[in-house]
Each structure stands twice: as C-alpha cells, then as structure tokens.
Design a protein around this ligand. Sequence first.
Ligand code: ADP
Ligand code: MG
Length: 399
Amino acid sequence: MASRRPDAGDRARRPGSTVRVSVVLRCRPLNANERAEKVPEVITVDEHARTMAVARGGAGTSTTNGGKRETSESKEFAFDDVFGTQSTQERVYDSAVRPMVKDVLEGMNCTVFAYGQTGTGKTHTMSGAHDAECDVLSSEAGVIPRAMSHIFEHLKSKELEHSVKVTYLELYNEKITDLLGASTDGTNATEHALMEDGKNGVVVKGLEEVYVGSTEEAFAVLNRGNALRKTEATDINAHSSRSHSVFSVTVHWTDVSPDGEEFVRTGKLNLVDLAGSENISRSGAKDKRAKEAGAINTSLVALGRVITALVDKSVHIPYRDSKLTRLLRDALGGKSRTCIIATVSPASHSVEETLSTLEYAHRAKNIKNSPVVNGKKSKSDFLNEMQRCIEHLQADLLA
Ligand code: ADP
Ligand code: MG
C-alpha cells in the first residue's frame, strides 16, 4: 500500500526545518491460548482513519482532545498509521520504516524504536522469524532483515562503491554488552562504556563493528547476536523483557560531484527493541529481581522523562539520566529522524497496559526533530581517517 503520509524527508532537507517523530501502532492477534479461552478483544483498529480504539464498557457522552476521542465506552487515538491484527510484516515495513531507510540512503541518521508491553510483538516486528533455518526474506521477516535487503538492493542498483557495517548491543541493568563480540569462552560478559566523542556524539567503546557485504551476511550476524542473547540468559523471557537491544547499521558510499571530485557520504540506522513497557511500573519493589528490573527501569523511565520534557518544551532535557537516553539522544529532539512502533495486545486482560501504551505513544507524537543530512567527506580525508582508525585498533591489539 502506498504511504499516505507526506514524505517528511523532503521537508527535513530544508535547513532549520523540523519534523515530528512518526508514531505508528500495531495490534497483535490473539494467540492460540487466548483463542482457546475465548478471551474478549477490546481493540478496534480503523486502518483507513488511522485510529485505534480501546473499549472499556458503559455508555455516555463524548469529548475530543487533539486526536484523542473519549467516551465512557471507549477511548480512541489517532496515529500516523495503525496496523490491525492481520497486518503483514511487509506492510509495516513499507509504511513505517521504508521512508526512514530512504532517508538513511540520502545521508541522514534515523532511529526506529519498538515500544510496548512484553508479549505484544516488539521482537516479532523488529527481527521477525529469525531462526537460522528461515529464509532471509520469508513473509515473517521483520524490520531488520527488510531494512538490510532494502539497503543492499539500493547500493547494487546504483552501482555505488560502498561499505556497510553493523553493531548489535544489549543494554541490561544499565550495562552495555556486545552481542557480536563474544570472547573465546562464548560469553559476552564484558561491559562496554559510553564515551562522549566531540565529533560523533556518544560512542560505545570497543564495540565490534562487523562489515557485511549482503543481506544474507547481515542476517547471519543478526542471528549470531540473537543466539548469544539466548545463551547468556538464565531466564530468557525475564531477560528479554528487561533488556533493550540496539542493532545499528552504518552505510558509507562514494559519490561524485559535478566537477568530478569523489566524496564519501554516510547514513546511519538504529533499530531498537526496547524492554517491556510494564517494567516502568515495577520500580518500587525491593527484592533482587525487582531491583534488577528497577535498574532497567532507569533507562525506560528516563526515556519517558525525556519525552515529557521534550513535549513540555522544558529548558532541561534529562538525557544524561540513563545509558539509553545518552546513546539515542540524537533520535529524541535531535538531528535524526525517528519512528516509534508501539505494540499492543487486543486481549481484555491487558487493557490497562494497552491504554498506557496508547497514551505514551500519543504523547510522543509531539516530539519534533531537526534532521540534517550528514556532511560529505572528500574520499582522501575519509581514507586517511580509516587508516588512523586501523592504526588505533592495531595499537590496542598490541597493548
Ligand atoms: P515482545 O518482543 O513484545 O515481548 P514477541 O515479539 O516476542 O513480543 O511476541 C510474542 C509472541 O506473539 C510471539 O510468539 C510472536 O510470534 C507473536 N506475535 C507477536 N506479534 C504478532 C503478530 N503481529 N502476528 C502474529 N504473531 C505475533
Ligand atoms: Mg521481545
């Protein structure tokens, strides 16, 4: 289906222009257990009107407030797009993420967040069916393999000299570990520090950068990271519900100016699978498990505070309060373009979490970014920089 939104990318390329964060909602279908138990559904999706309504029983008057319509029977929210229980992975990619990747390939930085309660389809949306046996682009492939395929198809069709590198990190308990940098014993226990880098913003020290030459190679790297995530966790579900993962892709390509000078351009895409949003409400608990959850809340709570501060146009935006908000600062009120894919369950027993996700996502629509196209580098400067990088790495190895 064609995108019904105006392409914000063109507006963004005008200096000084701002672009709203794009916010889309996806509702998963009832699962087999819920169907067997005949769990009532409380979500109504109108894909044409781009609204999602939550039923809550009763009858009465109605009020309208900035894209949010409320009656005592239901609460309805309008978003940039909504995807019902039967929406395909392809439609979600084409509508929500394809425009972002197009901008990455024009030299911008873009971030896609998946936000929602555990079990609502964040990982399904971002990674999809990602078992090593699956085809790279089966109909169940999620945003990450589709984005990689889109990037390589573009680079090949334009016959551009290029390089594509990926990193994949996990943030658990305010510790960053490298999902691609397993040490010889097969663990990823090493913690990586965040460092302020005047030129590139915040960088993660010592993170493995893997160069990939095709969608298949990128898919294998994604699977390697996901497999490590599984073997590290003692309780996979608890771990994945409390950890954030960030898959980042940096694309460099060579372009030629009208006077024949070769220069290198850069675009970067961050694909973020956030911890379950229900973790926000556990922060008061005191036992060890909850304490761990509390530490993860640091990043999720900080994300909420940053969003509130941006929406309220506060003077101070508390980016420094967590690793996640430091790492993705540019995606929140900065120079990147951002899309939030919020996921919900249709089941009546999740209605409170669902309402809280819809309220959160609805507020985030008010965040404005000022995307810019990354500066071009002459090819010789770029090669010199790469050479210095290699020398640093060699020195690190010998140290
Ligand atoms: P989360 O990452 O938010 O905790 P998952 O992505 O692991 O949730 O999804 C939970 C379960 O629901 C998985 O078995 C997944 O395959 C299934 N699921 C989620 N979203 C959908 C969807 N849109 N269509 C079909 N199945 C889905
Ligand atoms: Mg998940």
